[in-house]
Design a protein around this ligand. Structure first.
Ligand code: PLP
Length: 467
């Protein structure tokens, strides 16, 4: 057994568990308390895709049909013979994984976002989580202390990864309804560099921000990109909710990667548009990195060296399964990924409408007490208590489970330490409401969602002293 003292001393053990994991761990006990009082459990906390949209049965039939088609194309109709693609799907592969899924993805994603994607620069990752880890790891190789720029609030999974490196620091930027504050964005870049840190990128989730429940406006994206270009700072764009979008097509802002693929490192994940289990993801960028004063290399080349050392090989079978998803029911390559999202969007559109309509009906008359974000994409709305005496901390949230059966996530911990210093109690009056998940029996989802939000409204009024 390893010696804990030395692990702690060497910085291998650090940082607490994230608020979402702590909530998940405390849930069984709180659920028992709630259920012993006869309360139904209402989920407005989890960020998982809804079970209605992740039933794999239909996909497995489609995947098999696609695999049969590949076998036939390889001229192997004899069931006794193993087609080449199937051997590859279960063999060690190149670090880049099989070519077919990358070629298809490059073509389809490229068409959606008007990008010319070179499949050799598409590096498979273990979901977006693996992409975050790979990019951080690349920039942590050097001797200089690393700092990361991100939003306040920001995605807990990013903070969890960034703080694995004990000497790293997070500099954060406050946000309004349009995105990060450009002035503070610039001043934080200068602050980090003046303090001697190597600042390789700004991490963000511009579409359907988790947890902030907003999407950045076009104008703000432009302002942030201009500064990033001038300051030679990469933008690490995490895009799980790009296609979980509630805006009309003409109103959807472009992701940073479509605005400038030399300034952006883009993380795609199959988790929300497809299934989270197979852990499909790609990191893509056309950025170049200066490695000596007169020599630059493609970032993707450097990332490839990370990929081959850190996560030795991809799961080629899962990538072939993803290639199946990139084909339509007639087994023709899709023209766009929007058609994959469509099958899920009915559920999310309806859940979002129930959340927003119910909040409006029940709390719309109390504009002095409450506000909430209207998400243009993604799974979350941030609910704010405007009464200064309401604290939406972990104890309050635990009480919401045990007294009302409502599960939500407090926002305060999504604010990095420097944001807490700028504004004591940042996020302490906020709750993240998630409308993506429920435990409902089939056909009961909408009713359960409605009663979850209604129950939350009753609880919110009680917290704010409204009878
Ligand atoms: C912003 C953000 N990034 C990454 C992830 C994780 O994605 P993946 O399943 O692809 O690792 C999530 C999922 O909740 C997320 O909200």
């Amino acid at each position: 057994m390893a010696d804990n003292e030395s692990l702690i001393a060497s910085g291998l053990v650090q940082q607490g568990v994230s608020v979402t994991r702590r909530m998940a761990a405390s849930l069984p006990e709180l659920r028992n308390i709630a259920e012993s009082k006869g309360l139904k459990i209402h989920h407005l906390g989890a960020g998982y895709p809804h079970p209605d949209v992740t039933d794999p049965k239909g996909f497995l039939v489609h995947k098999q049909a696609f695999f049969d088609k590949l076998a036939a194309e390889q001229g192997l109709n004899d069931p006794e013979t193993t087609p080449e693609f199937l051997r590859e799907a279960f063999a060690y592969t190149d670090t880049l994984g099989p070519r077919l899924p990358r070629e298809l993805f490059a073509q389809i994603y490229g068409a959606d976002w008007n990008l010319d994607i070179n499949p050799d620069q598409l590096i498979p990752t273990v979901g977006a989580t693996g992409g975050i880890s790979m990019v951080c790891s690349l920039f942590e190789r050097g001797d200089q202390a690393v700092a990361y720029l991100t939003d306040a609030p920001t995605y807990a999974g990013f903070v969890a990864r960034a703080s694995l490196k004990q000497s790293s620091r997070i500099f954060s930027v406050d946000m309004d309804a349009e995105g990060p504050d450009p002035e503070q964005f610039l001043s934080q870049i200068h602050k980090a560099r003046d303090e001697g840190y190597f600042l390789p990128f700004y991490y963000t989730v511009p579409d359907g921000h988790n947890p902030a429940g907003i999407s950045f406006s076009d104008k703000r994206r432009g302002e942030i990109l201009d500064i990033a270009r001038k300051e030679k700072l990469l933008i690490l764009e995490d895009a799980p909710y790009l296609y979980i979008n509630y805006e009309k097509p003409e109103n959807r802002p472009r992701p940073f990667i479509a605005m400038d693929d030399e300034q952006t490192v883009h993380l795609f994940t199959g988790s929300k548009i497809g299934f989270p289990g197979p852990r499909i993801g790609f990191v893509y960028s056309n950025a170049k990195i200066r490695i000596k004063h007169d020599q630059s290399v493609l970032l993707s080349k450097l990332l490839l060296t990370e990929a081959s050392s850190e996560i030795l090989f991809q799961n080629p079978e899962a990538l072939y399964g993803f290639a199946a998803l990139l084909h339509d029911p007639a087994l023709e390559p899709r023209k766009s990924l929007w058609s994959v999202a469509e099958s899920k969007m009915d559920v999310y559109f309806e859940n979002r409408a129930i959340l927003l309509d119910t909040l409006q009906q029940e709390l719309g008359a109390y504009g002095d007490h409450f506000s909430w974000t209207i998400p243009a994409a993604g799974f979350f709305s941030v609910f704010t208590f405007l009464d200064s005496n309401v604290r939406a901390d972990e104890t309050t949230v635990a009480n919401l489970v045990s007294e009302f059966g409502v599960v939500v996530v407090p926002m305060a911990e999504f604010y990095p330490a420097d944001a807490q210093q700028r504004c004591a109690g940042a996020g302490l009056n906020q709750i993240r409401l998630s409308f993506c998940f429920s435990e409902s029996a089939p056909g009961k989802r909408a009713d359960d969602m409605r009663s979850a939000v209604s129950t939350f409204c009753v609880a919110a009024k009680k917290l704010s002293g409204i009878s």
